[in-house]
Ligand binder design. Structure first.
Ligand code: UDP
Length: 335
């Protein structure tokens, strides 16, 4: 039961590796360390008592990837390896398309050549853009995304569907809402490079004194407190959904399967609610100022995650405050 996890030392990847190991899978990680650190591998071992195989290279290097498939008896893949900075993707479209699409295609070529099925793809709720109605279910129409990053997610989904149909493969597209938090051990978590773009890492760094104050990007949105609403899902809960989705694909009788799931809590929280929840969870005050809106931000996105509950037996279990507590523990660990 060897599972290839691409980008397995990254934020969501590392948490998923832990859950896979805890569920009896053997894990083979390919990660080029472009947005991750080697110490995460040791910490995964400390948490689980198990050592995944690890190959540090870029998935665009086809010959090295082929050798990994040669060396292991791969049953499936959970694919995280991708560039993910929204702003940067606008400045470097070619790099984003090349990296995110070619690395995916190279793994799929190996799947095809070696007759392997069971592919889980890390997608995003950004494929829905500003959806017309809340909560967002899997049938909501996909909208032209605002960013190159989000376009690579939409394109990857299309590539995977075509691949599954043409080659009779089983795939699962997992559309994440806003992942937050860290492992309860405090030993793995998100490692933002430079100034964080995402809300929770910025809040955490502000609490740690690394940033002076949080900039809240607009309080004139049509929401109860004027700040935008998102669905913040705890990363360990999210990681568990990957294991459930993989088990479902493996036990799926039919040759071809295209599963699509929204992974969120089903509950929306505003920016100000996140700030207050962090303060309650940690006892640390977050200084903030209200600024102009950030370009490209939508007003509201939260999931209808009923399909995942019904078909995977999975649901979010962790409260916003509990998740934020783990983030604070991790921040103190990496400081
Ligand atoms: N946000 C903010 N200040 C920040 C980062 C984010 O006010 O420094 C707000 C942002 O406008 C959005 C919410 O927090 O309404 C979540 O932003 P994030 O970038 O984490 O996720 P996404 O926009 O991709 O949902």
């Amino acid at each position: 039961m060897q599972i290839l996890v691409t980008g397995g030392l990254g934020y969501i990847g590392s948490h998923t590796v832990v859950e896979l190991l805890n569920n009896g899978f053997e894990v083979v990680i390919v990660d080029d360390l472009s947005n991750s650190e080697k110490f995460i591998l040791n910490n995964i071992e400390e948490i689980t008592g198990k050592k995944p195989a690890f190959y540090p290279f870029d998935l665009k290097r086809k010959e090295l990837l082929s050798q990994v498939f040669e060396a292991h008896n791969i049953l499936g893949c959970v694919n995280f390896a991708a560039f993910k900075a929204v702003g940067e993707s606008q400045e470097k479209p070619l790099e984003y398309y090349e990296n995110n699409l070619f690395s995916l295609i190279n793994v799929l070529q190996e799947f095809k050549a070696r007759n392997i099925s069971n592919f889980i793809f890390s997608s995003s709720c950004t494929v829905y853009g500003q959806a017309d109605k809340m909560p967002i279910d899997e049938n909501a129409p996909l909208k032209t995304p605002e960013s190159v990053y989000a376009k690579t997610k939409q394109m990857s989904e299309e590539i995977l569907k075509d691949f599954a149909l043409a080659n009779r493969k089983k795939i699962s597209l997992l559309r994440y809402f806003n992942p937050i938090g860290a492992h309860p051990s405090g030993k793995i978590g998100e490692l933002p490079i430079g100034v964080p773009n995402n809300l929770v890492p910025y809040v955490t760094q502000t609490a740690a004194g690394i940033r002076e104050k949080l900039k809240i990007w607009g309080n004139d949105y049509p929401t109860p407190d004027g700040t935008p609403i998102r669905d913040y899902i705890y990363v360990v809960d999210l990681a568990k959904a990957h294991v459930a989705a993989l088990k479902k694909l493996i036990s799926e009788k039919s040759e071809t399967a295209i599963d699509i799931y929204n992974l969120g809590t089903g509950k929306g929280s505003s920016v100000l609610e996140v700030v207050r929840a962090f303060e309650t969870a940690t006892g640390v005050k977050i200084p903030y100022e209200i600024c102009d809106r950030r370009a490209g931000d939508i007003t509201m996105a939260y999931a209808n995650a009923d399909k995942a509950e019904k078909e995977l037996g999975w649901k979010s279990e962790t409260t916003l405050e509990e998740a934020l507590k783990t983030t604070w523990k991790w921040q103190k660990y990496i400081k």
